[in-house]
Design a binder for this molecule. Structure first.
Ligand SMILES: [Zn+2]
Length: 267
């Protein structure tokens, strides 16, 4: 399919140079600015209608949108209609993407992007530039924009760029990052400081071999003891309200740790 046909419609969103143009709609979509969070959904997956069950009722001009994604759309289509099909195709791709990224092949693709920090890094200082993962707060489209999940502080952040900030969270879904760490538990970051990371990592591993209680390869005890928090201070003294709360949280944590240690020892 020639770029001449596509160009008038996509001009406003595409900033890819001519060399970025490839023959397929998917590679064009992925190379368009603002779509960096998306990974490639393999055509085999899209062509298996079972994987798309129910999407026909959610997407307008479903079959034409699907044809466009798979480069089967009749090139003689009117420009006006083409514009609306293009919008539907992006929406449909997003919905398929949400399903695809929780399959094993989809997870593997997203893992590569996570390793390259394609989704950005955690802005929290004590997370030491931990790479983030996209997440939807809901699986229903048109409700919430995509957020970024930090597996280190286990908190959510808004994307820095407004282009990314306006992507529908349903294109990633609420399950994805957690599924990724379930399948790749060794990718769960250590909670300790960056120095001596490897040393801790090994101990986490050793511990988890005996301890089924931890999430993935990280033992709950190891994670809890090492989680690093910021402590507000004035002239070196802990600030009272927060300090009081933290002392109480620490006491609860320490009690939990000794209980968990008991369990992990099998008492
Ligand atoms: Zn973080």
């Amino acid at each position: 399919m020639s770029s001449l046909i596509r160009r008038p419609i996509v001009e406003d969103i595409s900033t890819g140079s001519d060399s970025d143009y490839s023959n397929s709609w998917i590679s064009w979509f992925l190379s368009s600015k603002g779509n960096e969070y998306f990974c490639e959904v393999e055509e085999d997956y899209i062509l298996d209608r079972f994987n798309l069950t129910g999407l026909n009722t959610e997407v307008q001009s479903y079959s034409q949108a699907l044809d466009l994604i798979t480069d089967q759309l009749d090139e003689d289509i009117e420009d006006e209609l083409r514009g609306s099909v293009e919008i539907s195709a992006r929406f449909l791709y997003g919905l398929i993407h949400a399903r695809w990224i929780i399959t094993s092949r989809g997870l593997a693709k997203m893992l590569e992007k996570y390793k390259k920090a394609d989704f950005g890094r955690c802005p929290r200082v004590l997370c030491y530039s931990q790479p983030l993962l996209p997440i939807g707060l809901t699986d229903t489209p048109y409700e919430k924009a995509v957020k970024l999940y930090c597996p280190r502080c286990e908190d959510l952040y808004s994307p820095k760029s407004s282009r990314h900030g306006s992507i529908d969270g349903a294109y990633f879904g609420s399950t994805f990052p957690h599924m990724l760490f379930m399948v790749y538990p060794n990718m769960i970051p250590s909670k300790s400081t960056s120095d001596g990371k490897d040393d801790h990592h090994h101990r986490d591993r050793e511990r988890s071999d005996k301890a089924p209680l931890g999430v993935g390869s990280v033992s709950t005890v190891a994670a809890a003891t090492k989680a690093e928090r910021y402590r507000p201070k004035i002239f070196g003294f802990h600030i009272h309200e927060v300090a009081k709360l933290q002392r109480w949280q620490d006491a609860v944590r320490d009690r939990q740790i000794s209980q968990l240690e008991g369990l992990e020892r099998g008492d």
